[in-house]
Every structure is written in C-alpha cells, then in structure tokens.
Design a protein around this ligand. Structure first.
Ligand code: F6P
Length: 311
C-alpha cells in the first residue's frame, strides 16, 4: 500500500498535479481528513507494511448523505480526480461515487487475496505468500522431526490464491481451497495412502472460507478417522497482512500507482489499473467487481501431480 501511495504522490507531481492524501479511507473523505502530500511525505515508506494513510471500513459512505458530504469536501479542496487503493468494497464505493458525482476515479488493486479480475496480481499478495511460505518452511521442521501432520491455515477470504501458491512453493502434500472442494473422506484417504507408502509427515494448506476457519473442524475429523496420526493445526492469521513488502510487490505497487495517475491524466475513469501478462491494462471497475478471476487449473493439478503418489 505504501509503495503505491508513494508512487501516486510522486507520479502526480511528475504530471504537475497537487496531491492530497485522504486519511482513513472513505470516512476521511466524509470528515474532510485531507493532507497535502509533497514528495518528502512519502520518503522512507516503500519498505513499510500497512498504510501511512490508515484504513477503515466506512458504513457512512454507503449512505447517500455520507457520499454527498464527501463530495462537498472534495469540491472545497478542489480535488478533481481520485485514486482508490483497495479491493472489491473500495471499488464498489468509488464507482458508485463517480456515477453520482462525476469525479473521475481510478482503482489500484490492493489486497492480499489476489481475487480481483483485471490484474494478474494484486498489491500485497506476493508478500503474504512469502510470509506464509516462511512459516510453512519452519513448521515443516517440526512436522519432519516428529512425524506429524500439520494443517496450516492461510487467509484469502473466499479464494484459495494464497493457499495454492504457498502450497506449491512450500511443497505441501495438499491444498484445501474453496475452488476445489475435497470431502473429509478424500482427505483421510489421501493421508492413509501417504502413510501406507511410508510418508511420515504431511503439510496440508487450508484456505479459510468466507473468512471462516475450517482447519480445526477438518483436523477433528481426521483425528477421528486416523487416531494413530499426530495432527496439529496452525492458523497464520494477520501475520500475512504485515511486514516489509517483497520486491515484487514494491515494483507492482509502483507501476500501478503511476498507471493510475497517468490514466486519470489521459482522461480515463471508472476503471482499475492492473497488470495483465506483464503490461498495464485498464479494466472497468464494474467488471472487476462482478467478474471472478479463476485460479488456473494447472496450478491446482500441480499439487496432485507432485504429491499424489508414493513419494
Ligand atoms: O481481504 C483481506 C483479508 O485479510 C482476508 O484474507 C481476510 O479474510 C480478511 O481480510 C480479514 O479481515 P479482518 O482484518 O477485518 O478480520
């Protein structure tokens, strides 16, 4: 997020614009919480997690009165273009606002979930995967020395992007993701097959579903069916949302921040700046909100291919 904010600020100056940061998202827009940002205001932030502008889910922005107040504040400050960094909720809000008040807006995809249509990767995803991977590697040491089965739960809201990538990179035996439902019986069968072929330890990556934890529930079922296995559950949680961003994320965020500002300067609006096949692409916000970006089937198959036998 900070790398993107830095890029928006400095790209804005590059085009001769005055740039304001709005604190605490849409609530800040309603409360007039604006601060002018010079080039120095974003010095030394590219390596920091979180967001220097802070973030908030705004109930008030969902109301016509809230949006009206936000519009009046923008007018007062002479703001005639908006860059909104976030996910689905952020884009729904800004697109509605544009349709009501006509202030040009461009979205930059910022979410660890990587679940936005119109970009191959979202800002924060690579860092979250790398954080999960570091944890998986460490947990594997215990799994290996103690011959244990570990269920490691990762975030993703209702998608398995973090799970699938960290599972492949971490050499996990299974990835349980919403996109490919596996019954408890299937999981037990696979574990039975593995142990009967002298696989002593297992790492199973579990994606949360709709933000709800599933791993404890699965582990209980596995313990009932295979009491001889030593099963453990680790939920990684918000550790995945913080820390210094990876190089990939910093570059992505810098490119997208620039692309958002350049798009506004060129007269684009109601679109999201993304990267598709290595190149900047602008996709209507409506499509990013309504279309689903499916996980590539070959990634899902790969886990099975690399771990489905008696290795
Ligand atoms: O959308 C990002 C995300 O981290 C999801 O992966 C997770 O389900 C959710 O946010 C957690 O939200 P909160 O921090 O509000 O609990």
């Amino acid at each position: 997020m900070n790398a993107c904010i830095r890029s928006v600020v400095r790209s804005g100056h590059h085009f001769g614009l005055t740039v304001y940061g709005i604190l605490k998202g849409y609530d800040g827009m309603i409360n007039g919480n604006f601060q002018e940002m010079d080039g120095r205001s974003v010095s030394n932030v590219i390596q920091k997690g979180g967001t220097i502008l802070k973030s908030a889910r705004s109930e008030a922005f969902k109301t016509p009165e809230g949006r009206q107040k936000a519009f009046e504040n923008l007018k007062k400050f002479g703001i005639d273009g908006l860059v909104a960094i976030g996910g689905n909720g952020t884009f729904t809000g800004i697109s509605k606002f544009y349709k009501e008040f006509g202030i040009p807006c461009i979205g930059a995809p910022g979410t660890i979930d990587n679940d936005l249509y119109g970009t191959d990767f979202t800002i924060g995803y690579d860092t979250a995967v790398n954080t999960a991977l570091t944890a998986i590697d460490k947990i594997r040491d215990t799994a290996d020395s103690h011959d244990r089965v570990f269920f490691i739960e990762v975030m993703g809201r209702d998608t398995g992007y973090i799970a699938i990538r960290s599972a492949i990179a971490g050499g996990a035996e299974m990835a349980l993701i919403p996109e490919r439902k596996m019954s408890n019986e299937d999981i037990v069968d696979k574990l039975r097959f593995g142990t009967s072929h002298s696989r002593a330890s297992h790492i199973i990556i579990v994606a949360e579903e709709e933000g709800i934890s599933r791993s404890q529930e699965i582990a209980v079922k596995v313990r009932e069916a295979l009491p001889e296995l030593d099963t453990k559950v680790t939920t990684l949680g918000h550790v995945q949302r913080g820390g210094a961003p990876s190089a990939t994320d910093r570059v992505l965020a810098s490119r997208l921040g620039y692309a958002a500002v350049a798009g506004l300067v060129e007269g684009k609006t109601d679109v999201m700046a993304g990267i598709i096949n290595g190149a900047v692409a602008y996709t209507p916000l409506q499509e990013t909100i309504t279309k689903r970006k499916a996980i590539k089937q070959d990634l899902i198959d790969l886990i099975e291919i690399l771990n489905g036998r008696e290795y």
